[in-house]
Design a protein around this ligand. Structure first.
Ligand code: AP5
Ligand code: MG
Length: 221
């Protein structure tokens, strides 16, 4: 099964992808996480994308398409894509690559969250630099302030999680990514979910939408 999670920055893609990838037994593939790992490892690719990411702009299509599709092709058990595709060119190349492999796209879930909620979610987010666990200072705080529950590491903020950069990321979303909802709607693949409820309620709605679309698919959770 191959799934796509769409939504603005802070919509909860990463949060829900963790749950959905377990429920539907598919690999969670986050384009943002892939790029951040390249940066952390000090690779040439990491250096090429750093400026775009820090400015809240999209990385050029030719770079991201190659990086993500090579990983999709390496996964025989299906993927849950989070943060890819983000442009029409990326969406078309994904579908082409899946079809060429004798596979297909089963569902596209769009998490709908208004801009005013996004800013509060992004500026309150904290992440563990070691294990990647995501927290929020109000909505999902760690047991001890600024310390990861799982491994005791000090939590950090992503460098692009400032109010100024979030505005640019939202603009990129509305101008370049939101239009691909129409592309997927036209293909009969899109389900729009209210992303403003609790994390559990949003997850329940996303699971149901996927089950409804993927005929005969049983949730394991
Ligand atoms: P990426 O890492 O994908 O960032 P993003 O799309 O801006 O999304 P986020 O990771 O910020 O948010 P999320 O939806 O995962 O929310 P989360 O679950 O963490 O991309 C970063 C950059 O990489 C881009 O700007 C671009 O430069 C580049 N890039 C990546 N992919 C690309 C592509 N395909 N093409 C070109 N460039 C690309 O939740 C956010 C916070 O809210 C957390 O604190 C969480 O605890 C909290 N939260 C979650 N759900 C709820 C809820 N229901 N209620 C309350 N709080 C909640
Ligand atoms: Mg994310």
């Amino acid at each position: 099964m191959n799934l796509v999670l769409l939504g603005p920055p802070g919509a909860g893609k990463g949060t829900q992808a963790t749950r959905l990838s377990q429920e539907f037994a598919v690999r969670h593939l986050s384009s943002g996480d892939v790029l951040r790992a390249e940066r952390q490892a000090g690779t040439e690719l990491g250096a090429r994308v750093a400026g775009y990411m820090d400015a809240g702009e999209l990385v050029p299509d030719d770079i991201i398409i190659e990086v993500i599709l090579s990983r999709v092709k390496a996964e025989s058990g299906g993927v849950l894509l989070d943060g890819f595709p983000r442009t029409r060119a990326q969406a078309e190349s994904l579908l082409e690559a899946l079809l060429a492999d004798g596979s297909s796209l089963d569902a596209v879930i769009s998490l709908e969250v208004p801009d005013e909620d996004v800013v509060g979610r992004i500026t309150g987010r904290r992440i563990c630099p070691a294990c990647g666990q995501v927290y929020h200072v109000r909505f999902h705080p760690p047991q001890k302030a600024d310390i990861c529950d799982a491994d005791g590491e000090k939590l950090i903020q992503r460098p692009d999680d400032t109010e100024e950069v979030v505005k640019q990321r939202l603009q990129a979303y509305h101008e370049q990514t939101e239009p691909i909802k129409a592309y997927y709607r036209q293909k009969g693949l899109l389900s729009e979910i209210d992303g403003t409820g609790t994390m559990e309620a949003v997850g329940d709605a996303a699971c149901k939408a996927i089950q409804d679309r993927v005929c005969g698919c049983e949730s394991g959770g």
